[in-house]
Design a protein around this ligand. Structure first.
Ligand code: SF4
Length: 274
């Protein structure tokens, strides 16, 4: 059975050909050391917040490499307390839904429950100024709110009692911009639209032929793609000065998770079939 995550959808939407190479042909290309450091710092912050949610005192946490950014982000998190005081909170909650013959996976950085209200939290560690419109339209928002709505009754422990989409919200929180938190409430109308969108992705992302996955025409994506040496081997210079993104755009590319994989622990997923 085909398994799809938000990282795969983001990669598909960034460049269909890179998705084809990575997830249809299973061609894993090595990434450069500088890029893996960017990913690791974000991962370290997620791990530290997970430990805080599990009850570790802040002064007991070990900051990898005594990284100054991690120190600062952690201080901001502890001062701002973005989760508030929920009835229940889950760290790195993994959820799966079987829909349109595809198993859709999501991992919420944090999930809070208050009565029958659910809030999905996602930490974004880039430095770019948050763009609410971009987050509202992102594949991650569509998939994660769809997953939460589909599993809401179980997540809350409401049995067969249906939880409406209006009881669900997705929140993006930025340690670099704690005053610019993005709140995205959900609705049944958006849920219906997301089901249609996900069904379309299920069809498009399970094609087998290379011709179904054209290369992006936006070479800014190529600049930070693992496959650039594969795609442009032996060709003339590909990236002109004007193709080099501003620092904030680079942050955006990493924030979108276009080229950074998600890891799931197989034994913690909650699966809903429908
Ligand atoms: S280098 Fe560019 S065209 Fe090639 S897979 Fe990456 S994003 Fe797509």
């Amino acid at each position: 059975m085909k398994v799809i995550t938000q990282t795969q959808i983001s990669q598909y939407e960034g460049c269909k050909y890179s998705y084809y190479l990575r997830y249809v042909k299973n061609l894993v290309w090595p990434i450069e050391p500088g890029e893996s450091q960017n990913i690791r710092k974000g991962d370290d912050f997620h791990l530290l917040v997970r430990q805080l949610i599990l009850g570790f005192p802040p002064d007991s946490l070990i900051i990898p490499g005594k990284n100054a950014d991690l120190w600062r982000w952690l201080e901001v998190y502890c001062a701002r307390k973005p989760l508030g005081k929920p009835d229940r909170v889950f760290a790195e909650k993994e959820v799966s839904v079987l829909y349109a013959d595809v198993l859709w996976l999501g991992k919420f950085d944090a999930l809070t429950v208050n009565d029958d209200q659910l809030v999905i939290y996602d930490w974004k560690t880039g430095s770019a100024i948050p763009d609410e419109k971009k987050y509202r339209e992102s594949p991650q928002t569509k998939l994660y709110r769809f997953l939460a709505r589909s599993c809401a009754s179980r997540l809350i422990g409401a049995g067969m009692h249906a939880i409406p989409a209006e009881n669900i919200e997705m929140v993006y929180w930025f340690p670099e911009h704690p005053d610019k938190t993005v709140h995205l409430p959900y609705s049944e109308e958006e849920y219906q639209q997301d089901m249609t969108w996900i069904k379309t992705r299920a069809r498009e992302m399970t094609f087998e032929e290379e011709s179904d996955y054209p290369r992006t025409e936006n070479v800014r994506h190529c600049r930070f793609c693992d496959y650039r040496t594969f795609c442009f081997t032996g060709s003339a210079p590909v990236f002109m000065d004007e193709d080099i993104p501003e620092t904030s755009e680079v942050d955006d590319i990493w924030q979108e998770g276009l080229f950074s994989p998600e890891f799931f622990a197989d034994d913690e997923q909650e699966v809903v079939n429908f």
